[in-house]
Design a protein around this ligand. Structure first.
Ligand SMILES: [Fe+2]
Ligand SMILES: [Fe+2]
Length: 252
């Protein structure tokens, strides 16, 4: 795929799991500049920071200042680690990033629904809401995230649509990770809204050792864009995935 932007397509650069920390300051400017050069919008799929501190968020926001295209993001579990996801969110919003948590947005005529998602496992291995209150709360969290995703998808009015998450909605793109931890990498409950409201493609991160591509039951392509995975699979390329959506006539 050439690096030249096109009039007939909207090009997205997607990456997750940047895990920005103090020592990262200054090291990702070239990477962000390359993404900005290659695409019409940047999608960030969670674990933006490493420990979820205010300082990491501030340094990341400064690093993102080289990006001249719209940025749409969801948070990941690491962004919650220090108990201040709202600070992380606000810092990034202040820097011009659209941080989605169940809201829809539109970039160059393409609708985007974004949510962090949650864990719980896949298919017959999905954890059920049964027994202790803590178990029920765990399952409820996944259900809440799925409901947020569904509500964002239902609000999209564009013909072309994308979804971004941190956790994986399918097992296919976590394969490669130890089987023992599959239930902590995502949940089939996140796939249900995507089957009801199909999109052109889904992007997620979190599974650093997963698989780059899979599909939902409905055939929607799902891309694991965790930065460590992209780096390992394509050490010769900048670690973001480019994805083109045909440009709608009104935006051409
Ligand atoms: Fe991560
Ligand atoms: Fe994560």
């Amino acid at each position: 795929m050439s690096q030249k932007k096109s009039d007939s397509a909207v090009r997205f650069a997607a990456v997750g799991d940047i895990h920005f920390k103090k020592e990262s300051a200054g090291t990702l400017r070239d990477f962000f500049a390359q993404a900005s050069e290659a695409a019409d919008a940047l999608l960030l799929c969670g674990d933006l920071t490493d420990y979820g501190t205010a300082e990491e968020a501030k340094l990341l926001a400064e690093e993102l200042s080289v990006v001249s295209i719209p940025i749409v993001a969801v948070l990941g579990n690491h962004d919650y680690e220090s108990g201040m996801p709202d600070t992380i969110r606000q810092t990034l919003i202040h820097a011009g990033v659209k941080v989605l948590d169940g809201e829809p947005c539109e970039i160059h005529g393409v609708g985007i629904a974004g949510v962090k998602g949650f864990a719980g496992g896949y298919g017959r291995g999905s954890l059920g809401a049964w027994g202790e209150p803590a178990m029920k709360m765990f399952v409820q969290e996944a259900l809440n995230e799925a409901l947020k995703l569904e509500s964002a998808l239902a609000k999209l009015r564009t013909r072309r649509r994308l979804a971004i998450l941190h956790y994986s909605p399918i097992v296919g793109t976590v394969e490669g990770e130890p089987v023992d931890i599959f239930p902590f990498l995502g949940s089939s409950r996140l796939e249900e809204p995507l089957n009801r409201y199909p999109v052109d493609a889904v992007f997620h991160g979190h599974a650093h050792r997963g698989t780059m591509e899979g599909r939902t039951i409905g055939g929607v392509p799902v891309f694991n864009v965790a930065k460590p995975l992209l780096q390992r699979k394509h050490p010769d390329r900048p670690p973001f995935r480019l994805y083109e959506v045909p440009r709608e006539p009104e935006d051409a």
